[in-house]
Design a protein around this ligand. Structure first.
Ligand SMILES: [Ca+2]
Length: 608
């Protein structure tokens, strides 16, 4: 057996510096010289502006982006977490730092921990923390504000754990820094390392992004004014590098503790970042895009028997880490993990591991890059489509878009097909070759609609809220649609309750289409149903399902939208039509009303 599986099984995961795209390894041992550096490690992207949330969920579960629940805000029991799995296999598990994937998932994962920050970001000097709670409840009243810089506190926790460790069983340590996530701040001596006038401007610096990418005003982008200037970018980059160096210094302290404990030689160390950041490149500041600076991340694996001072350009995802660590520790890879171990690349650094990388940002960016260095990005922003095609081998900074509208381009065709194949493979809901990527556009001008169901009796299986009764049951089939204003008295609103409603056509009727409209107004706690089912029946009791629809996870969105979901029948006849629409129940964790009751609004039920 070649040398690399020869670990005693003790290892650390230094996961994620948050938002890291550059690594400065000037003073610690987890650098390119001590391990195998993956120069082409990627995240699959983000289904939320808070990219780290799905990204960390993917790292922790080895699942693909559209198979996460609620964008990774929650991790269901059947998505086995990496630390949970190692815990089940005899490892003593410890977790400190940022945890953006729900308290329950944290509690499932660790036997021990401390200085835990549930959430996405905070002031690094005022971190809201929890101590380890063996009951797993973490009630709000137990939260306190940390007294030191985030990275130092997390490192101290890890050092204490390592120094005091006297257990026979191997350990698994997860140290999740929030730095270098903004607010960009670092202790003075690290700030001084980066005089701003010496900071180079990225070669792909732009004062503004050349077109609306759909996230021009998201919080990361608002960190600097427009147009971006050299001065402001130097200021941000300097502060960013200072934070990275400070984090790096703290990692060095942990490694020193490992050495002092005598465990360094037995320990596998993984260093990774959970997303990149633009900081001036392409006129952007944030991570809410799929350019290289934002979707590529640092990844170094080092440890006993692993290659030292080596690099690989294999195309990998952070999702590959979980199965890799299983392999390196002679554990079977759990069935819930969808990705493969990197062992072939660890054994042979030029092995072909994957032919393409697929990436996602919300439902507005889709991209693919190939092993031969070509990259396609497609944008669908307010039905405006933009396409970018880059030859990364000759243009690694993505400066020269080779796509020309209306011109035949075999490379584009090849990548577009590959993108479509990957979208299918990963259960993506969109189709970038369709108008508006297959999203439904509703005519919001026509208020009156004539259809066979008008005036027919409606039987309610669940009860709407009297706050929004939409004219009661008859309002659902009165031939008048609810419009964009949720207060227009046309909408029936259900508070945390699923919709279950039957329309009695009176007689057996030939039906070609069942259609219902749903309102989405996220700022007002109104979400689309997560799942819709249409069924028909002749006796009102035995129903046959004739159509279902599952919605993608809701995302941050302003204003109101109406979506109609139609089911087309092949002239079936029935007397009763039933509609079931599931309520998301609680506002998602990224929502301002996180955990509070969510609404579903319905009108008009149309039968044709
Ligand atoms: Ca109506």
């Amino acid at each position: 057996m070649s040398g690399f599986a020869a670990t005693s099984g003790k290892f650390e995961v230094f996961a994620p510096g948050d938002d890291t795209h550059v690594m400065f390894n000037d003073n610690n041992d987890i650098n390119a010289n001590s391990g195998l550096t993956f120069t082409h490690a990627h995240i699959m992207g983000g289904t939320s502006g808070a990219v780290s949330m799905p990204s960390r969920a993917m790292l922790l579960t080895g699942k693909s982006i559209f198979h996460l629940e609620n964008k990774g805000a929650r991790i269901p029991d059947d998505h086995i977490l990496m630390p949970e799995y190692f815990g089940e296999n005899g490892y003593n598990t410890f977790g400190t730092g940022k945890w953006h994937n729900g308290k329950k998932a944290y509690a499932r994962s660790f036997d021990n921990g401390g200085k835990i920050m549930f959430g996405g970001m905070s002031d690094h000097l005022k971190v809201p923390l929890y101590d380890f709670d063996s009951s797993g409840k973490y009630p709000k009243e137990d939260q306190y504000i940390g007294s030191e810089f985030s990275s130092k506190m997390f490192a101290d926790e890890a050092i204490n754990f390592i120094s005091d460790y006297n257990n026979e069983s191997p350990f698994f340590t997860y140290v999740a820094f929030t730095a270098p996530h903004d607010p960009r701040m670092a202790p003075e001596e690290f700030e001084e390392m980066y005089p701003r006038n010496k900071i180079p401007i990225p070669e792909n610096f732009l004062a503004e992004h050349p077109f609306n990418n759909g996230e021009m005003k998201i919080r990361d982008e608002k960190l600097a004014p427009w147009p971006r200037t050299h001065e402001i970018v130097k200021e941000h980059l300097g502060a960013y590098y200072a934070m990275i160096s400070h984090t790096d210094f703290q990692i060095g302290r942990i490694i020193d503790a490992l050495k002092e404990s005598g465990q360094y030689k037995n320990t596998i160390i993984v260093f990774a970042g959970d997303n990149g950041l633009a900081v001036g490149s392409h006129g952007l500041m944030g991570k809410q895009n799929v350019y290289e600076h934002s979707i590529r991340v640092p990844l170094i694996i080092s440890g006993p028997g692993l290659p030292k001072n080596n690099r690989t350009a294999a195309l990998v995802y952070l999702n590959d880490i979980f199965p890799t660590l299983c392999d390196l520790n002679q554990l079977e890879i759990p069935e819930s993990v969808e990705f493969r171990s990197l062992l072939p690349v660890i054994k042979k650094q030029d092995a072909v591991f994957r032919n393409e990388i697929f990436y996602v940002y919300r439902d507005i960016h889709r991209g693919i890059r190939t092993i031969d260095g070509w990259k396609l990005i497609k944008y669908n922003v307010s039905q405006e489509n933009t396409i970018q095609l880059y030859d990364l081998t000759n243009d690694p900074l993505e400066l020269n878009n080779l796509y020309i509208e209306g011109q035949q381009n075999d490379k584009f065709d090849e990548l577009e097909n590959l993108l479509a194949t990957n979208m299918l493979k990963y259960d993506d809901h969109m189709d970038t070759r369709k108008t508006n990527w297959g999203k439904i556009i509703v005519d919001q001008v026509v208020k009156k609609v004539d259809h066979l169901g008008v005036g027919k009796e409606v039987i309610l299986g669940t009860m709407y809220s009297t706050k929004y009764d939409g004219g009661g049951a008859p309002g659902l089939t009165d031939g008048i649609r609810g419009m964009l204003d949720f207060n227009d008295e046309g909408w029936q609103g259900y508070e945390q309750v699923d919709i279950r409603v039957i329309v009695d056509m009176g007689l057996k009727t030939t039906i070609k289409e069942i259609n219902a409209g749903f309102l989405e107004n996220i700022g007002s706690w109104i979400f689309l149903p997560t799942y819709i089912e249409y069924a028909i029946s002749n006796d009102g009791e035995n129903f046959k399902v004739v159509g279902t629809h599952s919605s993608p996870e809701p995302k941050e969105k302003e204003g109101s939208n109406i979506s109609e979901y139609a089911s087309h029948l092949k002239n079936l006849s029935a007397r009763y039509v039933r509609i079931v629409a599931k309520n998301i129940k609680s506002c998602p964790s990224w929502h301002i009303g996180s955990g509070e009751k969510a609404w579903v609004f319905i009108d008009e039920i149309i039968v044709r």
